[in-house]
Design a protein around this ligand. Structure first.
Ligand code: FPP
Length: 240
């Protein structure tokens, strides 16, 4: 396998197909999510080995709260366990852990575990930032950014003209402020849609879709996606 030299700075994943993976094996949906957590672990390590600066995972959308309570509780518990278990690995691999989303909707114990992991992995010289999008949606992000902009504008005191937004100002209020937009977005399981993920930030992201279900997506699949990405011609709407 040839080594891709055109490495993305930020790779993001929409991890899809856990339920179908479990169903095909006559298992519970949570077993698919559990195996999916192994894929997260493998991709996280592979990203560090490759020198990818930012890696992010869409773990739970705002819409996912509408799933049956049993699955939601199972996922939250799995998240708690995975963060606790993987914190030493993150330290070993020089990973800085971050979570983005509506934290108000999470339970106290999960929030505490997230805070702890973020605190201990928050070092100056981190090699890779790992970002988990939890209770997140792209529309939520844009709306909270707009509301914060308005609140700041009113705080500063508006006289005469209404406040004017531009792309740079809005980006600064998004929950991803300071994180470069994804260069590559990988979605598994054959679905080809954005599903209310980073709507603003993916304006010029390269998409990679694969039929592979998320629990089967391991480092060889990741390496293949990087190879495909390396051959893409990115022009950002301009001419070369
Ligand atoms: C989508 O598959 C996947 C999810 C909603 C959850 C993803 C979460 C994990 C893999 C848990 C571990 C994560 C971390 C960050 C520790 P689906 O249930 O929609 O699959 P289906 O379309 O086949 O039903």
């Amino acid at each position: 396998m040839s080594e891709p030299n055109n490495l993305p700075r930020h790779v993001s994943f929409i991890m899809d197909g856990n339920g179908r993976w479990a169903c095909k094996r006559g298992l519970d949906r949570i077993d698919g999510h559990r195996e999916g957590a192994e894929s997260v672990r493998e991709c996280m390590k592979f990203a560090v080995e490759k020198g990818i600066r930012y890696i992010s995972f869409f773990a739970f959308s705002e819409e996912n709260w509408e799933r049956p309570a049993e699955e939601v509780e199972g996922l939250m518990h799995l998240m708690f366990q995975a963060i606790k278990k993987e914190t030493p690995t993150m330290l070993e691999y020089g990973i800085r852990f971050r979570v983005i989303g509506d934290m108000n909707r999470l339970g106290d114990s999960l929030r505490k575990e997230i805070d702890e992991c973020c605190k201990v992995t928050d070092k100056e010289n981190c090699g890779t930032d790992m970002i988990i999008f939890l209770s997140y949606s792209g529309k939520w992000d844009i709306i909270q950014a707009f509301n914060m902009f308005m609140a700041d504008s009113f705080r500063k005191g508006i006289s005469g003209n209404p406040p004017v937004l531009d792309a740079g100002i809005l980006s600064g209020y998004l929950s991803t402020s300071g994180i470069p937009d994804p260069d590559l977005l990988i979605r598994t399981s054959g679905e080809q849609r954005i599903s209310n993920f980073m709507l603003w930030q993916t304006a010029y992201t390269e998409y990679y879709f694969t039929e592979t279900l998320w629990p089967d997506f391991r480092k060889n699949d990741f390496a293949r996606a990087l190879e495909v990405y390396a051959k893409r011609d990115r022009r950002f709407g301009k001419l070369k």
